[in-house]
Design a protein around this ligand. Sequence first.
Ligand SMILES: [Zn+2]
Ligand SMILES: [Zn+2]
Length: 177
Amino acid sequence: MRFHVAQLLKDGIGATRSYEVHEPDAVVADDGSRGLVEGTLSLLRTKSGILAKAALRLHYPDVCSRCLTPIKVPLELQIEEEYQPTVDVLTGTPGPPPEDPSVLLIDEHHVLDLTEAVRQYRVLAAPMQPLCRPDCAGLCPVCGQNLNESPCACPRDEYDPQWSALAKLARGEPRDN
Ligand SMILES: [Zn+2]
Ligand SMILES: [Zn+2]
């Protein structure tokens, strides 16, 4: 996800570029997993650099938080970040180091790389408890059976803490707390 922006930097404030993003082999997870990232990118030359706005879709590999089945979580990222040049595009001289060390940089070859922004936005967008489907039945806490595939023989109401409390109430037994 690298874009050469030397000409855009030279074009002056207010100049724009638009791109279709289609990266079949982009890094989509912190473990280095790769997959398709696609969407649109628009770049705007600003006073201090380039404002990048991207709307990207990707599938993030994870496991279902209930049944532990590997899944691909669809993510939509709306990225808006300003990149600052490290060298002057006209003279080639290095600029001063950025005041904010977390600012995203255009490298000395005038390449704007979206990879780090995608990583940061992906971390924020990834669900804490992804599900393979909204009604995933999960694993039996007793025997470990994947209850999406078939029910098990365990007496469920005795082992699920949520339901066992209700079951006790229903039977008129005292609650245990
Ligand atoms: Zn599941
Ligand atoms: Zn079971």
